[in-house]
Design a protein around this ligand. Sequence first.
Ligand code: UTP
Length: 405
Amino acid sequence: MNYNEAYEKLSFYGQTHLLKFYDELSADERTALLEQIEQTDFSVVKTDRNVDERGLIEPITVMEISEIESRHDEFFAVGLDEIRSGHVGAVLLAGGMGTRLGSDAPKGMFNIGITKEVFIFERLIRNLMDVTDLAGNYIHLFIMTSDKNHEATTEFFAEKNYFGYDPDYIHFFMQEMAPAADYSGNVYLEEKWKLSTSPNGNGGWYSSMAKWGMLDIVRTNNILWLNVFAVDNVLQRIADPVFIGATKLGNCVVGSKVIKKAAPDERVGVMCLEDGRPSIVEYYELTDEMRNAVNEKGEPAYNFGVILNYLFHTNELDAIVGNSLPLHIVEKKIPCLDENGEHINPEKPNGFKYETLILDMIHMLDGCMVFEVERKREFAPIKNRTGVDSVDSARELLKMNGVEL
Ligand code: UTP
């Protein structure tokens, strides 16, 4: 793209200020800026945060722990067979910025050990290997990174020898970036030759897998199920045979692990039905009526929170990959340049980033196996340094589960 074409594109989106320092740039910097302008989708930039109207929300049927226990062996056998047949792959979402943790390195590189080094990535690989050791075969693990952490992540895995996992079964791919803008919708510059960008949320994982040729691996190996999980839950059970078996035997195309909420106002998204399809309402969308609703057993009707551990059937993903997901506008601290081209590292949020979310994919699918797990055994998220969902709370939970730190 040449200067005139870039100017035309930017004029259309009201972003010509991005060329403000163009005259000062070297030839290489000019090329880099024009290339980025060409590749950037400015149509995502919005300032109107009005959330779309929700449909009719109703409680969803949950397979609770007591039922899972009574059918454990049946589910386990079916799930293990799927793993041994090579039908199961896993997707680690590690493209986030982890800003709340406040470390510049990728979140998975964070050392949660006390007397020795225990990295988040290491814990996740160990958890996965509990299953692959049992099954007697590796499964393909796809790791999503972003422009901001790809190199650091891939180098770290290589340096640590993939924590004992077979590197032939580990595949890295990058998610897309989206421009970040001020409250009036003006995209920020991070350098005079570079737009401020941020990873575009965890909703684009399957289309990014497609762009990076990962679906060839999925198809060649006849992978039918992808277990997608977040980097920050160090008690995450990955490729859990019981979960896989229950989802398959329930004839569901998607499964979602859930936990009983610790309190009615716990900040987790809650599984529900929306206009008859599986869906998730965020904690801030729960009305008093929903908070107080009870089911036929007299228990809270919206009581099961998602932990970002989903199982998708790949045929269904192929069917929905082209469908556009709603865009979420998130307030954020965005490093940028001021009027004079000086760097600013803001201490408070100064604008918006734009994200699509994996939870919106669930609503596009028909039946969902909502599968309860015990939170003390499977949920230790690390979002913050201290307090709720922190390094401290995760350490306690890991110790309770017999993990040496
Ligand atoms: P979070 O919603 O906690 O976001 O991610 P985050 O960016 O990691 O952390 P904060 O909000 O800046 O502190 C939930 C999961 O989704 C992944 C994260 O890596 C994590 O596993 N994620 C999030 C992505 O892979 N890409 C994204 O763009 C955002």
